[in-house]
Design a protein around this ligand. Structure first.
Ligand SMILES: O=C(O)CCC(=O)C(=O)O
Ligand SMILES: [Fe+2]
Length: 206
């Protein structure tokens, strides 16, 4: 069965957001950093997933690792201006997040993990968070994958497994003092998309 056929199994439900964030669970990572997991924040997100797989402006990016340029094992589409993002649901999501977290989200970048072999290595979101403190929401669509956080200096990882429609929000000094990643896995998985919301305010030195 192809990925798109698998998505068809869930097709049809109208999209809706939990505007109360009722399922939110916050983990205090340390005294100044936190991560929040909001299960099923978006329901009926299958149409959005399909629309993004086929309609987003996917790019294959390169990343410098040591002295070598490596092909990133995922695709990315970036919309620094939310107004031209490919789906109205993304603008509604940004407005909900802005209201709830008090940050004006006005852009986004989207990652497409085509299967379980795609991944992203340990990093902080430095390009989009130039302030000491940032709030960075990430909406997952499609296959559940592990999302890990660990202290910049090393140490035990915190493991979250966002399912389709779940929100992960990194806050406080998380981008400075912690690293996050989505590792490859041996267990087969279908397509996953993550929608990462950005704010010009947080991307400007503060
Ligand atoms: O895919 C994810 O859940 C996270 C992606 C991410 O951290 C990034 O693109 O900066
Ligand atoms: Fe990131």
């Amino acid at each position: 069965m192809s990925t798109i056929d698998q998505l068809d199994l869930f097709a049809g439900q109208e999209p809706g957001f939990d505007t109360a964030f009722a399922t939110a669970r916050r983990v205090e990572l340390d005294a100044t950093s936190w991560v929040e997991h909001v299960p099923a924040w978006l329901t009926g997100g299958d149409r959005l997933l399909r629309a993004l797989v086929t309609g987003a402006a996917w790019e294959q990016r390169l990343r410098r690792i040591a002295d070598r340029m490596m092909v990133e094992p995922r695709l990315t589409a970036e919309y620094p201006d939310l107004a031209v993002a490919p789906d109205d649901l993304l603008r509604i999501a940004a407005a909900e997040l802005s209201r709830h977290y008090g940050v004006p989200y006005d852009g986004l970048w989207i990652n497409y993990y085509r299967d379980h072999r795609d991944s992203t290595g340990w990093h902080g979101d430095w390009a989009t968070c130039r302030r000491e403190v940032c709030t960075v929401p990430v909406l997952s669509l499609g296959a559940a994958r592990r999302f890990l956080l660990k202290p910049r200096e090393g140490g035990r990882s915190v493991v979250l497994t966002p399912a389709s429609g779940d929100l992960i929000v990194m806050g406080g000094r998380c981008q400075r003092d912690w690293r996050h990643s989505v590792p490859k896995q041996t267990v087969p998985a279908g397509a996953r998309i993550s929608v990462n919301f950005s704010s010009r305010l947080q991307g400007a030195k503060g």
